[in-house]
Design a protein around this ligand. Sequence first.
Ligand code: SF4
Length: 457
Amino acid sequence: MYRLYYLSKWVENLIMANKTFFVETYGCQMNKSRSEHIAQVMVQNGYHLIEDKKRADILLFNTCAVREHASEKAISNIQKTIKDLNKISRHPIIVIFGCMSQFLKNRLVQRVPGAQIVIGTSNIEQIPQYLEEYTRKKKKILDFNLPSTSQVFDERGYLRNSSQIFTFLPITYGCNNFCSYCVVPYTTGPQRSKPLLTILKEIEKIIQDGYQEIILLGQNVNSYGLDLGLKNGFEVLLQTIDQNFHDSSIWIRFLTSHPKDMRPSIVDIVKNSPLMTRYFHLPIQSGSDRILAAMNRGYTRDHYMGLVNYIRQTLPDSGIGTDIIIGFPGETERDFLDTLDIVQEAQFEQAYTYIYSSRSGTAAYQLPDQLPLAEKKKRLQLLNQTLSDIHQIKLKAWVGKRAKIMIDQIEGLNASGRTTDNQRIFLPNSNLFLGQVISVVVINTLKGKLYGELVLS
Ligand code: SF4
């Protein structure tokens, strides 16, 4: 009987060994990291990752639900992929998982009838088991259970993209903040912090694997450890990383900081650690206190500017990036002008701007005074122009300055890299290699880019 069991397992493994898969990722860095994790789990279960979607036996779609337009585009891409493959007589197993599945559940199943396995954000490590089950029973599998509070993924590691010099390392999952426009707390569940020891082990492995930059990820990294009972857990984490890897040359970046939870003590640690890069991504979302309250963001513009000023004073060479939403329900001309005003005051180095995207199930979904799209577009254009003007002035101020950059892109003889404050500098006709840390002097700015030359001394 046992012999029969092992024989059938051996045959099963042999079949598995021939199974290839391809992962398509939509959305944020967190999703990219999640795809690297699921790829690792698949490989550990005998599957082979391939680059060619058309040849794969299994297609995994890791989806995002944050913006309606992007979700719709993802659905039509998946539908088209299935149709195109069927036309050439390819019938891979389609697995859809992630935030969009969690958000739409059976509505997604109906819209993509060609998908065999549709699961949410939880139980993604079960995908190999679900594939086995589907292969045996040929019955559609759906699983939309949300993560329990204690669940932390990724203990089984990541199949990282080894051609890059940086890599992502999630330190928290989920979010407790319930900003009124956001689906993330509904699709990913409450915040769960990865244990500190696990993070340290992962960093050690990442350094051994030859990466030179780690981006610590979380919806709100500043609240790391709260669910583990740690007060100021993010400071504890950064200090422990600094103590343990002080002698390495790794650069540590973190995303995203929440202005409600960002603290001067975090800035102080960044200042005192040679590992920490000088860039803070601090989404303001709106410059109007009225709108910030309606968004349930938990801070005022004064609080926000207090943080900006502290960062500027403590680390004058740092960069501050932000996200801004235009056209939140009820946003008046006055509210919008407040946003333009804070943009001028904060002088952001980087900004991602969006038109408000209404998502069912969120608190803001039912709010009255949804602005006409034309008005939202007009405001977005004005905002982007303001940001672009600031950016141009900042770029000009770079000319003549020296900086240290890490080369992270090479095309032929052209290389580029980022400073620790996240400013990209291009070096045409250079002879550099990925990961090299060099000193440059900025010699020119052209079409929104900085160009530099190597400094040898
Ligand atoms: S902090 Fe707010 S915007 Fe960010 S993920 Fe959580 S709920 Fe969404």
